[in-house]
Write a new protein. Structure first.
Length: 122
């Protein structure tokens, strides 16, 4: 109580606001969800001969980033092409990211909405 005024729920409001600020700072869960979403959609678009490239598609979230990659060592050559070897670019990862922008945006909007709705108190 301060100067005769008591605010019910102020402690809960401060605590949940602090929690929300931490969650909003890096949005790690949203980054991982976005990466997983993109990886799921990239695998079927992956050029196929043996299926090795599709099996190598991975996502990760690190330092506030969403990472989408293919772990197969020759994936970069297939993705970006190699003119000297007559290998045409097949940018399935970049195309997936471009085509799925709305879905990724929805993931972040939903995540932020969930975080903000956890704030309660006064």
């Amino acid at each position: 109580m301060r100067n005769g005024i008591e605010v019910d729920g102020l402690a809960a409001f401060k605590a949940t606001t602090a929690d929300a600020a931490r969650d909003l700072d890096g949005l790690e869960r949203a980054h991982q969800a976005a990466g997983d979403y993109l990886a799921e959609r990239a695998r079927p678009r992956t050029p196929r001969q043996t299926g090795t490239l599709a099996a190598g598609v991975r996502s990760d979230a690190a330092s506030g980033l969403t990472l989408l990659e293919d772990e197969v060592e020759y994936a970069g050559v297939i993705h970006g092409g190699w003119a000297e070897r007559n290998i045409e670019p097949q940018p399935w990862l970049a195309d997936t990211v471009h085509d799925e922008t709305a879905g990724v945006t929805d993931i972040f909007v939903d995540s932020i909405d969930d975080i903000v709705h956890q704030i309660h108190g006064t």
